[in-house]
Write a protein that binds this ligand. Structure first.
Ligand SMILES: C[C@@]1(CC(=O)O)C2=NC(=C\c3[nH]c(c(CCC(=O)O)c3CC(=O)O)Cc3[nH]c(c(CC(=O)O)c3CCC(=O)O)/C=C3\N/C(=C\2)[C@@H](CCC(=O)O)[C@]3(C)CC(=O)O)/[C@H]1CCC(=O)O
Ligand SMILES: NC(=O)c1ccc[n+]([C@@H]2O[C@H](COP(=O)([O-])OP(=O)(O)OC[C@H]3O[C@@H](n4cnc5c(N)ncnc54)[C@H](O)[C@@H]3O)[C@@H](O)[C@H]2O)c1
Length: 275
């Protein structure tokens, strides 16, 4: 991409690491319940501040479940609620209060999202697709959240089967490879990266998804150690590979009947022409 072809007016897309960080969610309605789900997936610690009569049923379920959530049955109380907070998400039906929370967060340099006031957001949420470790976010940069949702459904339909599983297995393979050939940077990094690229580009995603502890070891022994990428048949076994993809007799039988019938018709046609 050249400087000329870049597209200004966008936002920075990142995969923000929230593990063990403290996220304050103000409000407990439907929008807040979506925020809680997104933040829990990222393994954050959560505090929710919202009067109990305003809690959505999904928010109640999160609060009553076994999640790392502290709940306060009250309204937001001011700057002291922001002590030791790494991120603030507000989803309340009170614009004046939202603006106050935003400016407190700005003063304290705490990143904040205010659900219905885009110009009071340090970052926006987006429409999300998740399949295990695979996450895809569609953002329209505040222009049309509904179109983001519609585009998400189209992307979902076009994703390869078992992509999440394949990614998880490749993650296992990468970490076993790093144990076997440790070190950061230099020749070992270069060789590791090249071999991983070769594995990912020469194996189908379905084959990668079939890897397990035993076959990962075989792939490293037969592939990494000899600087090659063996075909999936030699590692995960032809029987395993064809198990999912193989057409069943239910599918094969009608095809055979159709083929024989077609051949018989062609034969009859040719025979009658000759006469
Ligand atoms: C993607 C998603 C994620 C999520 O919230 O988790 C999300 N909004 C979703 C749905 C949705 N939100 C709204 C509608 C009604 C239809 C419509 O207005 O289009 C629908 C659709 C529906 O309900 O079906 C109303 C709305 N939204 C915002 C405003 C304020 C404004 O625009 O001024 C208003 C009131 C406008 C008004 O009063 O008229 C603002 C924001 N909403 C964003 C995200 C951020 C920009 C995202 C982007 O650029 O793509 C941003 C800027 C801030 C933020 O919230 O982070 C989620 C879809 C998840 C999914 O289904 O996959
Ligand atoms: N960004 C988006 O995608 C999006 C989509 C729809 C709606 N919205 C907006 O987001 C806001 C929340 O939506 P909702 O459907 O969850 O609303 P809701 O009315 O269901 O929930 C709002 C909650 O905030 C609580 N609340 C109000 N003032 C509070 C305070 N000072 N401290 C703590 N809690 C307080 C209320 O008790 C209530 O539980 C609304 O303003 C709505 O217009 C945004």
């Amino acid at each position: 991409m050249t400087a000329e072809s870049s597209n200004p007016g966008g936002s920075l897309l990142l995969a923000w690491q929230l593990k063990n960080k403290h996220v304050l969610i103000i409000g407990g309605g439907e929008v807040a319940s979506g925020r809680i789900e997104s933040v829990l997936i990222a393994n954050a610690r959560i505090t929710i501040i919202c009067p109990s009569q305003g809690l959505h049923s999904i928010t109640k379920r999160f609060i009553n479940g076994s999640h790392p959530i502290t709940y306060h049955d009250r309204v937001f109380d001011g700057a002291e609620d922001l002590d030791d907070v790494d991120m603030v998400l507000t989803a309340i039906d009170d614009v004046a209060q939202s603006r106050i929370i935003y400016s407190l967060c700005r003063d304290l340099k705490i990143p904040v999202n205010v659900a219905d006031i885009p110009d009071s957001c340090d970052f926006y949420f987006g429409s999300q697709i998740r399949d295990g470790p695979l996450q895809i976010m569609i953002s329209t940069n505040g222009q049309s959240p509904k179109l983001a949702n519609i585009i998400k459904k189209k992307i979902q339909k076009s994703l390869p089967n078992r992509a999440g599983e394949a990614i998880r297995k490749v993650g296992d393979l990468r970490s076993k490879l790093k144990d076997r050939a440790p070190g950061v940077g230099g020749e070992v990094s270069k060789r590791r990266m090249k071999w991983m690229v070769d594995v990912c580009t020469s194996w189908e995603m379905d084959d990668l998804a079939l890897l397990n502890e035993e076959t990962i070891k075989r792939l490293l022994d037969d592939g990494w150690e000899t600087n090659s990428v063996p075909p999936p048949d030699d590692v995960v076994g032809r029987r395993n590979r064809t198990f999912d993809a193989a057409p069943t007799s239910i599918h094969v039988f009608p095809c055979m009947v159709a083929f024989i019938a077609g051949a018989a018709c062609a034969g009859v046609l040719l025979f009658s022409r000759h006469r």
